[in-house]
Design a protein around this ligand. Structure first.
Ligand SMILES: [Zn+2]
Ligand SMILES: [Zn+2]
Length: 358
């Protein structure tokens, strides 16, 4: 089967023939139908994260179960499934204390699985490697969804939508009428805007370095779009009676934007870091401002979600029309064009590209 493989930091991803093992006990083979190009894959390529290479990219996808190993109970051949890049073990301390998104076993950047046609062992991103025609995964790493759910929407439920919706509804618990700032309008940022709109937020200010994101932001439900420059803080205060927003969502993963989000938040408000940044990128906060601002700084890992519970809920919302993921998808392509989608993302263009398979 063909997969998008990157061989090292800074290398161009290429479509490569890969052999996967047959599904073992508790494992399944999924034929991928749609896979999103997510910023975390870019982080695997550009050195923000240092996984093992060669690496099959991709972790946001949906498809159809093609084969099941022994003792598989959750799904059967022909079922439509969403992939889950952080399947909780249900055994560790976090899993047993209601925080399965912090599972000690989940979220390993690269897992050894399969080999190239020349016999070189390869790794798969987050245990999935979903920018590929097929994956072989544990049955715990998929969630069944109704067959009527379009594959491209289903794919987004596995990362961008779950992360953005969860950040708003579960991590921050945005209440109707509250004000929200979303910094960084990639797939997750736009999903956060959509979710804030659905949650009944009052003012929803979306900001990005690229003016071209304005149309996408307003289509996703933002009430205001601002270009992220030196004037941003002043403009946000002007839109919030001088106070700052109740909730600021940082969807970039950089110290500088975390600072911007912090300053744009009202006293007593909260800053939610949704973007995943680098280890050496330090955020500076003074002891006095931490005390005086009375702000809460927290992160949202996988939307503080339990995918087994929340993906079916989101799937139902897509099907009944209350969650329209359409505004998130700006490009569709085949696997051979996925490398160009990463280049667009690195330039800050568009929102989600979805790779479609036959
Ligand atoms: Zn992702
Ligand atoms: Zn666990």
């Amino acid at each position: 089967m063909r997969a998008l493989v990157v061989t090292g930091v800074g290398a161009e991803p290429t479509v490569t023939d890969i052999e996967l093992p047959a599904p073992g006990p508790g494992e399944i083979r999924v034929r991928i139908r749609a896979a999103g190009v997510c910023h975390s894959d870019l982080s695997m390529m550009n050195g923000t994260i240092s996984p093992a290479y060669p690496l099959v990219l991709g972790h946001e996808a949906a498809g159809v179960v093609a084969e099941v190993g022994d003792d598989v109970r959750r799904v059967g051949v022909g079922d439509h499934v969403v992939l889950n890049w952080a399947p909780p073990c249900r055994q560790c301390w976090s899993c047993q204390h209601g925080e399965p998104w912090l599972c000690a076993q989940a979220g390993v950047p690269a897992v050894a699985r399969g080999r190239t046609a020349e016999g070189v062992p390869v790794h798969v991103t987050l245990g999935l490697g979903a920018l590929a025609e097929e994956v072989v995964v544990s049955e715990r790493a998929v969630i069944g969804v109704p067959a009527g759910l379009p594959f491209e929407s289903a794919a987004l439920l596995g990362c961008a939508a779950l992360t953005g919706v969860g950040a708003v509804t579960r991590t921050a618990a945005v209440a109707p009428g509250e004000s929200v700032l979303v910094l960084g309008l990639g797939g997750v940022g736009l999903a956060t805007v959509l979710a804030a709109r659905t949650a009944g937020a009052g003012r929803i200010i979306a900001a990005d370095l690229a003016e071209a994101k304005s149309g996408l932001a307003l289509a996703a439900g933002a009430t205001d779009f601002l270009v992220s420059d030196d004037m941003l803080g002043r403009q946000i205060r002007a839109l919030t009676d001088g106070r700052g927003v109740d909730h600021a969502f940082e969807c970039v993963g950089r110290a500088a934007t975390i600072r911007t989000a912090w300053r744009a938040t009202r006293r007593g408000g909260q800053v939610i870091v949704v973007g995943m940044g680098a280890k050496e990128d330090l955020v500076e906060l003074s002891a006095l401002e931490i005390f005086h601002s009375a702000r809460t700084l927290r992160s949202s890992v996988y939307g503080s979600s339990d995918p087994d519970r929340d993906v079916p809920e989101l799937a139902a919302a897509v099907l009944d029309g209350s969650l329209d993921l359409g505004p998130l998808i700006t490009d569709r392509c085949g696997l051979a064009e996925a490398s160009a989608a990463f280049a667009r993302m690195a330039r800050g263009e568009g929102a989600r590209t979805v790779v479609l398979f036959d």
